[in-house]
Ligand binder design. Structure first.
Ligand code: ITT
Length: 185
C-alpha cells in the first residue's frame, strides 16, 4: 500500500482528506513540518514554495494544502492572510466588518500541493456567502459563517462528507485523487 504524508497542523483538514481519499488504496499519515509560508498574494505560489522546501526534507510522497477565504466587499480580504485573521479577529471580527453590508459574496479557495516525482498543484473553489451570524459546531475556522451556494446551511452545520461533496478542499482533493489513480492532471 502506498504511503502519503499530509503535512498539516490542522486536524480538520486531515479529517476531510482522510474521508475524501478513503476509496484509494493508500495509507494517509498526518505529519507536522514547519515550512515557511511566504508572503504572497497567490496561494499557488505559497503552496509551491512549501512543497519545494519540504521535498528537501521528506523523501516519501506528500502533499500540503493552502487555503483562504476571499470576501468580495472587502476586496478579497483576508485571502492569503486568512490564518492570521482567524487567529486575531476571528469570525466575530469578520461579522462586525460586514455588519449592515448587503453584498456578502465570498469564496474559499484551496490549493493542494502534491510532491510525487516533482511538484503538482490542484485547485478547488467554493462560492457562497457570509452568514449574518455564526451557526454550527462542525468543521473549523470560518465554517460557521460560510454558506456555500445553493445551500441554506453553513459548512459548520454539515458533516465532513456533506462539506467534502462541494467544498474547495473536496474539489482540489478530488482532482488530486484522479491524478493518483490515472496519472492525468
Ligand atoms: P496548515 O497547517 O495546513 O497550514 P492552517 O489552519 O494554518 O493549517 P491555512 O493556512 O491553509 O491552514 O488556513 C488559512 C485559514 O483559513 C485558517 O485559519 C483556517 O482555519 C481557515 N480555513 C481554511 N480552510 C477552511 C475551511 O475549509 N473551512 C473553514 N476555515 C478554513
Amino acid at each position: 500500500m502506498d504511503k502519503y504524508y499530509f503535512i498539516t497542523g490542522n486536524k480538520g483538514k486531515f479529517k476531510e482528506a482522510k474521508d475524501k481519499l478513503e476509496y484509494l488504496n493508500i495509507e494517509l499519515i498526518q505529519t507536522k513540518m514547519e515550512y515557511p509560508e511566504i508572503q504572497a498574494s497567490d496561494l499557488k505560489e505559497i503552496a509551491l514554495f512549501g512543497i519545494n522546501f519540504c521535498s528537501e526534507r521528506l523523501k516519501s510522497p506528500f502533499f500540503l494544502e493552502d487555503s483562504g477565504l476571499f470576501i468580495e466587499e472587502l476586496n478579497s480580504f483576508p485571502g492569503p492572510y486568512s490564518r492570521y485573521v482567524q487567529d486575531t479577529i476571528g469570525n466575530d471580527g469578520i461579522l462586525k466588518l460586514l455588519s449592515n453590508v448587503k453584498n456578502r459574496s465570498a469564496y474559499f479557495k484551496s490549493v493542494v500541493g502534491l510532491y510525487k516525482d516533482g511538484p503538482h498543484l490542484f485547485e478547488g473553489i467554493s462560492r457562497g456567502t457570509i452568514a449574518n451570524e455564526m451557526s454550527g459546531q462542525e468543521g473549523f475556522g470560518y465554517d460557521p459563517i460560510f454558506i456555500p451556494e445553493e445551500n441554506s446551511r453553513t459548512f459548520g452545520e454539515m458533516t465532513t462528507k456533506e462539506k467534502n461533496a462541494f467544498s474547495h478542499r473536496g474539489k482540489a482533493l478530488e482532482i488530486m485523487a484522479k491524478y493518483l489513480e490515472n496519472g492525468v492532471e
